[in-house]
Design a protein around this ligand. Structure first.
Ligand SMILES: Nc1ncnc2c1ncn2[C@@H]1O[C@H](COP(=O)(O)OP(=O)(O)OP(=O)(O)O)[C@@H](O)[C@H]1O
Ligand SMILES: [Mg+2]
Length: 275
């Protein structure tokens, strides 16, 4: 049976401010969903909440994978349930090579009984699998010996992301690709990599402003977020329309949410000018 990631009436605060105001979303294994919306609408907040970032406080609602509540689970426990977030480890860890990192991550995900510091996946087995996967993805073998994220270009960061996806084989992948600094090489790496890896075993939520990504990975569902709520859901045609025409139509169709968006922006401007 296919797995289900279910987000129910999710309300999330950052400090005193409510950012998500009742998000409902269901992603099934094998489905591709696009999450779009203007800057500041709450898309990354949703992604950070899913991974369990401590700054994002759930005040109401819940997130479930096959009925299991994620609320009290730490990021590695969430990973064991099959959840993957592209920006999960954006940091540079001194002295840790790509291969070491992947061996730890894979050992954690595949052996739920494993505790910190316990045995890792056997080296020989891991190496064979890594070599094979890198070959399939056309990633140079040398890449595994690089230090994690140290001096990575945009394209290399994306190669790392895709390699992680291929090795960890999560049931749900959340990709927050709003980074405006992505060059065309990086966009191509994610677009093609994701196209190769997605399939009936993986549910994908792509957060993006990049049309190319959705051309390679056509979403069955497109959701539009405005002022912390999903205000519309459609198919790939909706994503296409938003790329072509922007969010004016969405704001017109949802005047209440648009007013909330304007009020929040005004408040933010006041706090940034006064501080
Ligand atoms: N850690 C944080 N501290 C303070 N404010 C935050 C934090 N995270 C998010 N916010 C606020 O929450 C709102 C939503 O931000 P979020 O980053 O989720 O938007 P987004 O939809 O991802 O936008 P973009 O398309 O620009 O990536 C913004 O007003 C932002 O300032
Ligand atoms: Mg964002």
């Amino acid at each position: 049976m296919s797995s289900l990631l279910k987000i129910e009436n999710l309300h999330v605060n950052v400090g005193e401010t409510e950012i998500l105001k009742g998000v409902n979303l269901e992603v099934r294994q094998g489905e591709i969903h696009a999450l779009m919306g203007p800057n500041g609408s709450g898309k990354s907040t949703l992604a950070y909440t899913l991974v369990g970032h401590p700054k994002y406080e759930i005040t109401q609602g819940r997130v479930l994978i096959d009925g299991a509540d994620l609320q009290d689970l730490d990021p590695s426990e969430r990973a064991r349930l099959g959840l993957f977030l592209a920006f999960q480890y954006p940091i540079t860890i001194p002295g840790v090579k790509v291969a070491d990192f992947l061996r730890h991550a894979i050992s954690n995900v595949r052996n739920p009984e494993r505790k910190e510091g316990e045995e890792l996946m056997p080296m020989r087995e891991f190496r064979t699998e890594l070599r094979q996967t890198m070959k399939e993805l056309n990633i140079d073998a040398e890449f595994a010996r690089r230090y994690l994220n140290e001096g990575f270009s945009g394209g290399e960061k994306k190669r790392m992301e895709i390699l992680q996806l291929a090795m960890l084989k999560p049931r749900f992948a959340i990709l927050d690709e709003t980074d405006s600094g992505l060059d065309s090489d990086a966009v191509r790496v994610v677009s093609e990599g994701l196209q190769k890896l997605s399939g009936p075993h993986m549910g994908v939520l792509i957060i993006t402003h990049h049309e190319r990504l959705l051309e390679y990975n056509v979403p069955q569902f497109t959701h539009v977020m405005l002022a912390g709520r999903i205000v519309e859901t459609g198919d790939a045609a909706l994503a296409h329309d938003l790329h072509a025409n922007g969010y004016a139509g969405i704001r017109e169709r949802h005047p209440e949410a648009a007013a909330e968006e304007a009020a929040a922006q005004e408040k933010e401007e006041l706090t940034t000018t006064s501080s």
